[in-house]
Design a protein around this ligand. Structure first.
Ligand code: SF4
Ligand code: SF4
Length: 134
């Protein structure tokens, strides 16, 4: 294990103790997949562990579900994590109470919502339109 990876492993071990991140937590996850994002903060150890797991088990990413698919590619069509044993720490640590709060049924207008790149959206608001130029 390289120096950087060993350092990440030591940090990981400390986090497991300090933040009580363990696989024993069962939470209230109902497997809706709403929290499984395409963008996840991953440590070096997260990446090394996930890469090794995917190669060892030949896990395939799901084909994009939309033109701009913002879900984690390891979420299956059945809304399960296909890399569960090797999922990143952020996924392990997430404590969800959406079900307990009765908020797993989407939001007003969810049936007509489309994926939006919020960065592009934010920047587009201040872009000059043809009519503005002059
Ligand atoms: S949003 Fe909550 S219930 Fe849905 S997959 Fe994530 S943790 Fe589970
Ligand atoms: S690695 Fe698994 S738990 Fe984490 S976001 Fe992807 S599908 Fe969800």
């Amino acid at each position: 294990m390289g120096g950087e990876l060993a350092e990440a492993a030591a940090l990981h071990a400390r986090l497991m103790v300090e933040q009580q991140v363990t696989d024993l937590y069962t939470g209230d996850c109902r497997g809706c997949g709403e929290c499984c994002s395409r963008f996840l903060p991953m440590s070096l150890l997260d990446r090394a562990r996930l890469r090794a797991y995917v190669r060892r088990h030949g896990v395939a990413a799901h084909a994009p579900w939309a033109r701009l698919d913002l879900t984690c590619p390891y979420l299956t069509d059945g809304r399960e994590c296909s890399v569960y044993e090797a999922r990143p720490e952020v996924c392990r640590a997430y404590r969800c109470d959406l079900h307990a709060r009765g908020e797993l049924d989407g939001f007003t207008g969810a049936d007509r919502a489309v994926p939006v790149d919020m960065r592009e959206f934010a920047e587009s608001i201040w872009e000059k339109t043809e009519g503005d130029r002059g």
